[in-house]
Design a protein around this ligand. Structure first.
Ligand code: GLN
Length: 285
């Protein structure tokens, strides 16, 4: 029988396997997956580095390591990802929330004004953006929509687990589930915006994420255009639309918004200084 490793040895072994597999986040991945396998915090790893793993913990860790070695995202292996300090359940039916999308949340909060209101998050996935906004603004009623029934169910589950009662979720394509005449004070979206030929689809986490959350026609612009065009019907006068997009889509997205009559159209950068969110205000034609 193999002798069981202690925490430090187990972590080092995983780190070396991840490095050999070309994973750049080898150190942090080894820690996060070990914390998950032994159901302990990261501080525990340092405090109890010579504590032996149990047989069950060692097996759980080995299973997680082999999944990660094959490229599977850490968030899918552990089943959660933190966004805007909210622990969210994730699944392979949804995009894994990205830190850069927190920039969209920041900008949306700036545009939400100081009156109570309503907000719509299109292609909500885990519910990340809608839940972040709902957690900050209890006086806003947030609605999230997703085409995938599994995403709608997951977002609903996340809202319940976090005790966020001012966000609800519907299944359907973009504006289809919205009742005629309903209008919002803000519309946000992180839609699919990657071109299907983009070589970056063959690298890293995106290989395991659903194409429906990543890829859009028209060089990735089709869904951005659809949301902006139809969004006009669902925005109250003076309300804002904010959409995340790719690093090279700022100009094209601004052109779309300007062509549709949006005002104060600007593109903002993410934390790496890359064009990431374009926003505009709709005051009617
Ligand atoms: N920002 C993500 C990536 O490039 C994609 C998110 C999206 O398509 N909405 O990995």
């Amino acid at each position: 029988m193999n002798s069981l490793p202690n925490i430090e040895q187990a972590q080092l072994r995983a780190f070396e396997r991840f490095k050999a597999a070309g994973i750049s986040s080898a150190g942090i991945d080894a820690q996060v997956l070990l914390c998950h396998a032994i159901e302990q915090s990261r501080t525990y790893l340092f405090t109890w580095s010579d504590k032996l793993l149990t047989e069950a913990q060692s097996e759980a860790y080995e299973l997680a390591i082999s999944r990660r070695e094959k490229g599977e995202p850490v968030a899918y292996i552990v089943g959660t990802r933190e966004f805007w300090s909210l622990p969210l359940k994730v699944s392979p039916h949804t995009l894994i929330p990205r830190p850069d999308t927190e920039r969209l949340v920041e900008l949306a909060l700036e545009k939400m004004g100081d009156q109570p209101g309503t907000g719509l998050d299109l292609g909500t996935g885990t519910g990340a953006i809608a839940l972040a906004l709902a957690s900050e603004r209890k006086d806003f009623q947030m609605l999230g929509v997703d085409l995938q029934p599994q995403a709608q169910a997951l977002a609903t589950e996340n809202a319940q687990a976090l005790n966020i009662t001012n966000a609800s979720f519907l299944q359907g394509s973009w504006f289809d589930p919205i009742a005629d005449g309903d209008k919002f004070d803000i519309i946000v979206s992180n839609p699919p915006y990657i071109d299907e030929q983009d070589p970056h689809l063959a690298q890293g986490d995106v290989r395991f994420e659903p194409d429906s959350a990543l890829i859009a026609k028209e060089n990735g612009l089709a869904d951005l255009r659809y949301i902006a065009e139809h969004g006009r019907t669902y925005l109250n006068e003076g309300a804002w639309l904010l959409m995340e997009h790719g690093y090279d889509q700022g100009q094209a997205t601004r052109d779309i918004l300007l062509g549709l009559g949006f005002q104060q159209v600007t593109t903002e950068q993410d934390y790496a200084g890359i064009d990431r969110v374009t926003l505009g205000q709709y005051k009617g034609l």
